[in-house]
Ligand binder design. Structure first.
Ligand SMILES: [Mg+2]
Length: 254
């Protein structure tokens, strides 16, 4: 059945993480917050903050070569090793306690940053779902993505059959999703935070699109957005709530 549909990206479009201080951010920023906390710990122990940051970064990249990016302990180890390197640099004896605290800050990226909906996302989902069939197309591992969708409350707005967890968002992935969903292309929208992965491939297939971009790189992100087909629309916004001003909701209630 062809219906007006919204193909939603999930990560950093609808969902993100909550920092220990209560604020809500895109998922990847959990790592930056941990790095800030590590650097603050080092500074409080009298080490040069900038040097600590550079060491952690370089050691993390080095460890990624041997451990791989999927290794759960790599990030924590990069912090402990950066502390050891600071000590070694001046011939100081490292404190086990500080080393362990650095390590624990790294591991906390998995425990202290729960998955939540981004500000405004659930309101926009609720509102738009009265007019459009919501479909989630998200990249990643099935278990982890389902956990995020559930924890954030997003799953409450979407039929489980309309959740597509794909490997790459490549052409073959889109072919499969669209063959299953069979949306009314002319009336349907794709909405995501990546022009390249979420929006442009569907503009090329005749959909309308909205790119939700970070506030600080408006000009750059705008340049990334492809051209819509004749008669279709493509927009850049920096707040998910702006979606409500763009979508034509003159269609009948579902
Ligand atoms: Mg995304």
């Amino acid at each position: 059945m062809t219906e007006p549909t919204i193909l939603w990206d999930y990560d950093d479009t609808l969902g993100g993480v909550q920092f220990p201080n209560g604020t809500i951010h895109p998922g990847a920023e959990a790592y930056f917050d941990c790095i800030d906390r590590f650097v603050a710990l080092m500074a409080s122990e009298g080490w040069n903050a900038e040097r600590a940051k550079v060491l952690q970064h370089d050691i993390d990249l080095e460890l990624a070569k041997t451990h791989g990016f999927g290794n759960k302990h790599r990030f924590a180890q990069s912090m402990a090793h950066a502390y050891l390197a600071l000590c070694k640099g001046i011939g100081a004896t490292p404190s086990s306690l500080i080393g362990l605290r650095a390590y624990d800050i790294g591991m906390s990226v998995f425990t202290d940053y729960p998955y939540v909906a981004l500000e405004g996302a659930l309101d926009v989902l609720a509102e738009t779902s009265r007019y459009y069939r919501p479909v989630i197309v998200t990249k990643g591992a099935v278990d982890e993505q389902m956990k995020k969708l559930e924890a954030s409350g997003v799953l409450g707005f979407v039929d489980e059959a309309d959740v597509f967890i794909v490997e790459r968002k490549c052409d073959a992935d889109w072919d499969r999703v669209l063959a299953t969903v069979d949306p009314d292309v002319e009336m349907s929208w794709t909405i995501g935070n990546s022009a390249k992965a979420d929006v442009n491939p569907l503009l090329a297939r005749g959909f309308n699109g909205i790119h939700i971009t970070a506030k600080n790189n408006w000009a750059f992100e705008h340049a990334e957005l492809g051209e819509p087909a004749a008669g279709r629309a493509a927009h850049v916004v920096h707040d998910i709530r702006d979606v409500l001003d763009i979508l034509p909701i003159t269609a009948l209630l579902r």
